[in-house]
Structure formats: structure tokens, C-alpha cells
Ligand binder design. Structure first.
Ligand code: AMP
Ligand code: ZN
Ligand code: FE
Ligand code: FE
Length: 282
């Protein structure tokens, strides 16, 4: 059965596979359309589009922007924006700069804990301007300080752990505004990250809709059936577009497969039509 996948990371941010390799996996998983949604960067899109053309897979330009609402970190996905727009890319560049301010501080904390790591090593391993904690996790794995990215996060990198350092983030309204300004559709990623009750999530999503949010990521690798149906209800109630994707990262999330998530993910190609129609109106 054919499917789509609107949430994928590559080596242009913190995924471990190149766009062309992600596209090959997508082909094997019967994915007919996909979006590359690297963190704070659009430079992987042309490579993905070229591979998509060769394989007969529709590639939708995408991005994922982290934001902070004062309480939770919310990730905002952007689709169909003018990804080459200079102002949009300038905005993303400022976000990457905030990564370069934060990461050396994380590395200093790891060094203080006695680990032999440098930010130069992290940057060399990342090989991209969008450097994230998963790259630091990969380095810790290479150096055998941990055996998995999960262990790196649990021991050092997750919020509240010993090497965690917060990063300056835009507000959700800013992130949504930048995507809308570039004529894209803004979608709330993995709503479970909004840790409040159902009622608070509803109020949060409603307030995001008031500032331009167009959709909600209902189908996601780690969602339970109950979560999926609850987010679907919320999306329908607030008249939001429904999207879905795996959040594939390659080896940093080894249990997540392109198009199939943990095995039972299958996002229907029909969901793409309303998303495309909404973008065409901007
Ligand atoms: P950063 O963008 O540097 O703040 O890193 C955040 C990214 O790290 C997320 O988008 C996830 O891909 C990944 N991540 C966050 N928490 C974990 C975790 N506990 N285990 C593995 N990866 C994680
Ligand atoms: Zn990531
Ligand atoms: Fe995310
Ligand atoms: Fe993601």
C-alpha cells in the first residue's frame, strides 16, 4: 500500500543518512511523496528533489523549527514555503548561530565531567551548519562513552541532565510567522511534546491557530492509537490540516523506519491534497 512521510531528517541536520539514501529507503517502503524537514536548514532540499525525480517520488520542501512558549519546546514544521527566500534563510541562519553558541557550552560541561571531547570534533562529525545534540550523542558513541544516542541523552544531553544547556529559541508565533511569511503551511509537530493536559493542549493549539498555524501532526511514529485519535479530534474540531510523518533520523533513532515508523505507521497519500491546496492559496 502506498504511503507518504512528511517528517524526515538527513545529514543536512542531525540525521545520519544523505537525502538520496533517505529517498532510496522511501522507495523501498512504497512512499510516493515525502518532505525533508531538517532542523533550521533548507540546503538538503535540492539533493532530495533530484533523487525524487529519479525515483518517481514527490518531494515537498520542508523544515522543522524549534520554538519555546515559556513552558514547553514546540517544534513547528513548515511545508511548501518558498525555501529559497533570502529573508527566510536569514532567519534560519540566526537559529543555527544560536546552536553554535550553545553547543560549546554543552561540550564544556562534558569536559568538566571528565570526557575527552571537543566542539571541533562535533562540528567535523556533523559536517553541516545545523549542529544538534544528536551529533554530540554520536561523538559520545564513537568514543564509547555511551552505547546509544538514547543513553547519551538520558545521561548527559536531555533537559535536566548534567550537560544540558538551553538554547535561545523563537516563540511559536515567530516560527509560524516566518513560515507564513515565506508562503508556507505551519504545522505543530509531535503534539505529545506539549506536556499539559488535553484541555491545555487544546488551548495551546487554538492560540497557535490564531497566529497562523495551519495543521497538526496527528500521525507520528511514537503515537499510541488513543493519542492519534485524540489529536485527530482536536485537529478536526479546530479545522486544522492533518499531517503525519516518521521523524526518521537514521542511526540516532534506530527504531524508526522511513515511512513505517516503528512498523505500524502508514500516512495516507490523500492527506497531501488539502495541504497542497492550502499552500496554493497563500
Ligand atoms: P537540538 O536540536 O540540538 O536541541 O536537539 C534536539 C533533537 O535531539 C531532537 O529533534 C531529537 O531529534 C533529538 N532528541 C531529543 N531528545 C532525544 C532523546 N531522548 N533521545 C534521542 N534523541 C533525542
Ligand atoms: Zn532531529
Ligand atoms: Fe521535532
Ligand atoms: Fe524532527
Amino acid at each position: 500500500m502506498s504511503r507518504i512521510d512528511l517528517h524526515l531528517h538527513t545529514t543536512y541536520s542531525d540525521g545520519t543518512l544523505r537525502p538520496s539514501d533517505v529517498l532510496s529507503l522511501a522507495k523501498a517502503a512504497n512512499v510516493t511523496a515525502l518532505a525533508i524537514t531538517d532542523h533550521d536548514i533548507t540546503t538538503g532540499i535540492p539533493e532530495a528533489m533530484a533523487a525524487g525525480e529519479a525515483l518517481g517520488i514527490e518531494v515537498i520542501p520542508g523544515v522543522e523549527i524549534s520554538s519555546f512558549d515559556g513552558k514547553d519546546e514546540l517544534h513547528i514544521l513548515g511545508y511548501y514555503m518558498n525555501w529559497q527566500d533570502p529573508l527566510f534563510n536569514e532567519r534560519l541562519a540566526t537559529l543555527r548561530t544560536s546552536r553554535h553558541r550553545r553547543n560549546p557550552l554543552i561540550v564544556e560541561r562534558l569536559q568538566a565531567a571528565g570526557l575527552d571531547v571537543t566542539y571541533e570534533e562535533v562540528k567535523a562529525l556533523a559536517g553541516t551548519d545545523s549542529v544538534g545534540r544528536p551529533h554530540i550523542a554520536q561523538l559520545l558513541m564513537q568514543k564509547k562513552y555511551v552505547t546509544s544516542a538514547k543513553e547519551a541523552f538520558d545521561r548527559y544531553l536531555a533537559e535536566g541532565r548534567s550537560a544540558y544547556v538551553a538554547r535561545e529559541l523563537p516563540t511559536p508565533a515567530q516560527a509560524i510567522g516566518w513560515i507564513r511569511e515565506a508562503k508556507g503551511v505551519a504545522v505543530l509537530a509531535h503534539p505529545t511534546w506539549v506536556k499539559e493536559s488535553d484541555e491545555e493542549l487544546r488551548a495551546c493549539v487554538k492560540s497557535l491557530k490564531d497566529v497562523g498555524l495551519g495543521g497538526i501532526e496527528v500521525h507520528y511514529s511514537t503515537h499510541t492509537k488513543t493519542q492519534t485519535s485524540s489529536f485527530l479530534n482536536l485537529g478536526s474540531e479546530l479545522n486544522l490540516l492533518i499531517t503525519g510523518g516518521s521523524d526518521f533520523h537514521g542511526l540516532t533513532k534506530p527504531d524508526i523506519a522511513v515511512g513505517r515508523g516503528r512498523g505500524d505507521l502508514s500516512v495516507k497519500p490523500q492527506l497531501l491534497t488539502p495541504l497542497k491546496e492550502a499552500a496554493a492559496k497563500f
